[in-house]
Design a binder for this molecule. Structure first.
Ligand SMILES: C[S@@+](CC[C@H](N)C(=O)[O-])C[C@H]1O[C@@H](n2cnc3c(N)ncnc32)[C@H](O)[C@@H]1O
Length: 199
């Protein structure tokens, strides 16, 4: 898997650039849909958790976090960064292979599923949608905003999304798009989305 190999090689550089990013706006957006994110006590699955930045943020708020990442090197860094938190467990697995033992209040996929081919996203959403606990549970996703469904950037492959292409990818799943926001960071637009179980 080309993108995972990139992260194995570039994990330290990724850590330097991204581990201390200020994501207050993203967390605030998610909290509009799930106010308990600020209070603690939720079970959260961090999909493609990278170096564990968001897992630590959630653990500090007393949530229980399981994070997984397909890159063994990113996973090693995440384990190291999170080892002092009893309420975080980090695993090495791919998006396709991961199978949880429990359901979650929040599934959190921050700029991670953007490495899944557009044609395979529906299957991932279908499978992960079954891991949401109930109708109040939230599946947060972020992707680069755009119309390119297959973009190669160096050694990584990206799927960019618009709200329309996201809604199309959700067809045939138990998920609906409950809200979204387009944000800009470093001259790059991102789409943040909140998926919930279809009522
Ligand atoms: C842009 S990084 C985002 C990491 C983290 N969520 C963050 O916001 O810092 C994408 C992550 O997805 C992981 N990834 C890419 N393809 C994957 C796959 N097929 N299965 C699991 N993880 C994958 C990479 O190893 C990398 O850690």
């Amino acid at each position: 898997m080309i993108s995972i190999e990139y992260y194995n090689k570039s994990a330290e550089e990724f850590f330097e650039k991204n581990h201390n990013l200020n994501l207050t706006d993203t967390y605030n957006f998610a909290m509009e849909y799930i106010p308990e994110l600020g209070e603690g006590g939720l079970s959260i699955l961090d999909v493609g958790c990278g170096t564990g930045r968001d897992a630590v943020e959630f653990a500090k708020k007393n949530h229980n976090v399981i994070g997984f990442d397909g890159s063994y090197r990113m996973t090693e860094i995440a384990i190291n960064q999170t080892k002092k938190y009893d309420n975080i467990k980090i695993l090495n697995s791919t998006f396709e292979d991961f199978e949880p033992e429990n359901v979650f209040d929040i599934i959190w996929a921050q700029c991670s599923l953007l490495h899944v081919k557009y044609d395979c996203l529906g299957e991932i959403f279908k499978k992960y949608g079954l891991w949401l606990r109930d109708d109040n549970s939230v599946f947060f996703i972020s992707f680069k905003f755009g119309v390119m469904r297959h973009r190669v950037d160096g050694e990584r492959k990206f799927t960019d999304l618009t709200a329309d292409s996201l809604v199309s990818a959700l067809k045939g799943t138990n998920l609906k798009l409950s809200g979204y926001k387009i944000v800009e960071s470093n001259n790059q637009k991102f789409i943040l989305g909140i998926l919930k179980k279809e009522g």
